[in-house]
Design a protein around this ligand. Structure first.
Ligand SMILES: Cc1nc(NNC(=O)[C@H](CC2CCCC2)CN(O)CO)c(F)c(N2CCN3CCOC[C@@H]3C2)n1
Ligand code: NI
Length: 186
């Protein structure tokens, strides 16, 4: 199980590398990595376990953040009402954003990152809607449309696979600048 000590922090070159495509069928090592990436999110979203293991809660975790430069990330976006199924939950392997809306969106509270210890205030403008292609651990390919919160999370994770961190997108001059067609999410 991953703990905070296993999370690589900003400054480590692995966070700025282009991750390697994953080959199928998955090796045992890659299968274990996919499992552990999702397990981190599940544990971190359980208040008791999160506290018990001293984790920072997460809704996504990319392989480079645990030192594995592979195109793989877990995403677990809970529903508003936690008694419902998560809005989106999967390990996305070799993900590609095949199209995205012109309309932009940003999380109202900005973003953070388990690999960035300090807060970096500001809006992180992203596409409000994306069409995502990826392969799951069983080798099935998916072609899905996501919007708002899950779309933002997937873009944050896919950025990690290309060596991009959330604060790269923040406007230095005016971190809270917003063009009128941008929507606010969540
Ligand atoms: C928005 C949010 N970001 C949390 N952390 N940051 C992360 O997930 C980073 C990735 C997210 C940062 C912005 C977009 C993607 C991790 N990243 O660095 C991976 O690359 C949260 F923890 C969180 N939630 C809301 C839902 N809640 C359900 C119950 O359990 C607690 C949980 C808290 N929402
Ligand atoms: Ni991150």
């Amino acid at each position: 199980m991953f703990l905070m000590k296993d999370i690589v922090r900003d400054g480590d070159p692995v966070l700025r590398q282009q991750a390697q495509k994953v080959t199928f069928p998955l090796s045992d090592e890659d299968r274990q990595l996919a499992h552990d990436l999702m397990e981190y999110l599940e544990v971190s979203q359980d208040p008791e376990l999160c506290e018990k293991y001293g984790l920072r809660a997460g809704v996504g975790l990319a392989a480079p953040q645990v030192g594995a430069s592979k195109m793989m990330a877990s995403v677990m976006v809970p529903a508003e009402d936690e008694n419902e199924e998560p809005v989106f939950k999967d390990v996305i392997i070799n993900p590609v954003i095949v199209s995205n809306s012109v309309q932009r969106g940003a999380l109202t509270e900005g973003e953070g990152c388990l690999s960035v210890d300090q807060d970096v205030p500001g809006y992180v403008p992203r596409s409000a809607r994306i069409t995502l292609e990826y392969t799951d651990v069983d080798g099935n390919s998916h072609h899905i449309r996501l919007k708002n919160y899950p779309a933002i999370v997937c873009q944050h994770e896919i950025d990690h696979l290309h060596g991009v961190l959330f604060y790269d997108h923040i406007d230095k001059e005016n971190p809270f600048s917003k063009s009128d067609d941008e929507i606010f999410i969540y």
